[in-house]
Ligand binder design. Structure first.
Ligand code: PFF
Length: 457
């Protein structure tokens, strides 16, 4: 059986559409909210350097593996892994790697849509100038009130899920591609607007120092863990997303150089987000808080104090919402593609069914911030804490490691060479060393350091 040259779901209209779609998946809440504050807290420029090493040594090879497996299999991650393991006469168990990715992506989607719903709520609030001249207590109260109100959260989550269903249901060209064609350029422009705004604010030097001063004394082994985890999450790895998107990449596209462009874009956005956010925070004499508080309390407060703050605050939350929607669609696509293939089902119908399941799973996350906040599943982890922990700390590293091992050591050589265009001996050697040794071992080290303490105490 020859491998298909086109997926039944269609193909990207060209290399750049794939770049936009994959960058759309990669650029999300992880870049705009998470990266800036973990970089600031964990050594500034020193963290950025470590993060770059993780992206280069682990992130890029695993993304190449995923895109390559997707394109070679020309199907959803589960079926791509099935076809390729059969081609390689390898164990059928490899298809479980596809399953794990699809499941992890879906679990993450269930809470991603809730948090993205908060961003939508903040667009609504900033448009009305709700934060103008607000005090820090009141800003904190707006956020606390949202979290305490399940109905309000469910309403915004529902709108966000509906939007995701609508886009994904329209298919690769008319849905996914159309969305990234519109949202990604707007996102880049909004980011530049905010960068210029931050650059002209009085807090720019302080913001720059917070993110880039080389604070090597803040670096511990834990820093490597955080950096690698961030690289996985922000590059959308091991969740089926890149493999599903890889299935739609045209034959002539060079996977290596394209993946490098995607990783660079993602990093540039993350760093720019920090350079836009921190100057605004410092210009108001505020301290960058950790966690969701930075995006949903400190920033609105900061915008509220600045001239034209309502306008730029709105720009910011529109940016976050656009970044989130182009990530959410990539989290639904793997499961959707699988169901369409398996049951020959209509895309729209599958999108609605998956959307409803995701919405229902997301209710658990909604309640985790209020009525179930103290209902613990394991230790001190409530529902949201639990699915976040299991998907990010267990399913992602395991999935990533197996994907790299499969791509380098199991997939037949001729497929590998053709997909990656490996022509020279040194290219194959480099690929085997970085993709097949450095990346899996790096992930293994992180995985063991997360899991081992749980058992050793
Ligand atoms: N990369 C996204 C972010 O940084 O927010 C999150 C994400 C999207 C993870 C899609 C995984 C994925 F498949």
């Amino acid at each position: 059986m020859a491998l298909a040259s086109e997926s039944r779901h269609g193909l990207w209209s060209g290399r750049w559409l794939f770049v936009l779609a994959a960058a759309g998946s990669a650029v999300g809440l992880g870049n705009i909210w998470k990266f800036p504050y973990i970089a600031g807290e964990n050594g500034g420029g020193a963290f950025v350097l470590i993060y770059l090493v993780c992206v280069a040594a682990v992130g890029i090879p695993i993304m190449m593996s995923e895109v390559m497996l997707g394109r070679a299999g020309r199907a959803s991650p589960i079926n791509a892994m099935r076809t390729l393991s059969a081609k390689a006469n390898a164990s059928k168990l490899w298809s479980y790697v596809g399953w794990m990715g699809v499941a992890a992506g879906f679990l993450i989607l269930s809470y991603y849509t809730v948090i993205a719903g908060w961003a939508l709520n903040y667009v609504w609030l900033t448009v009305q100038g709700a934060f103008e001249g607000i005090s820090s207590d009141s800003a904190a109260r707006v956020y606390a009130d949202l979290l305490a109100d399940p109905l309000q959260m469910i309403m915004w989550q529902t709108i966000f899920v509906a939007l995701t269903i609508w886009i994904v249901g329209k298919g690769v060209t008319k849905g996914l591609e159309m969305a990234v064609r519109i949202f990604m350029p707007v996102l880049f422009v909004l980011l530049i607007v905010l960068l210029v705004y931050g650059f002209n604010s009085s807090g720019f030097d302080q913001g720059l120092a917070f993110m880039f001063d080389l604070k090597f004394d803040a670096v511990t082994p834990q820093t490597w863990l955080i950096a690698l985890g961030q690289a996985f999450f922000t590059l959308s790895l091991a969740m089926g997303a890149m493999m599903a998107y890889g299935a739609y990449v045209p034959e002539g596209t060079n996977i290596g150089s394209t993946v490098v462009v995607i990783a660079l874009l993602d990093t540039v956005v993350a760093v720019s987000a920090g350079l836009a956010i921190f100057p605004i925070v410092f210009a108001n004499g505020l301290e960058p808080s950790q966690g969701p508080g930075l995006m949903f309390v400190t920033l609105p407060l900061a915008f509220g104090q600045l001239p034209l703050g309502a306008v730029f605050g709105t720009v910011f939350f529109v940016l976050v919402s656009f970044a989130a929607i182009t990530s959410a669609i990539s989290l639904m696509e793997p499961a959707l593609a699988y169901l369409v293939e398996e049951y020959n089902a209509k895309r729209k119908r599958v999108a609605v069914s998956l959307g409803v399941i995701c919405w229902a799973l997301g209710l658990g996350t909604v309640f985790s911030f209020n009525i179930w906040a103290e209902s613990y599943i394991v230790g001190e982890l409530n529902y949201f804490g639990f699915i976040d922990y299991v998907s990010q700390n267990i399913m992602l590293p395991l999935g990533g490691m197996f994907i790299a091992i499969f791509a380098v050591w199991v997939v037949p050589k001729d497929i590998l060479k053709k997909q990656l265009g490996l022509r020279k001996g040194w290219q194959t050697l480099l690929w085997k060393f970085v993709g097949g040794v450095v990346a899996p071992l790096g992930v293994l080290a992180v995985f063991v350091s997360i899991i081992l303490p749980l058992f050793v105490g």
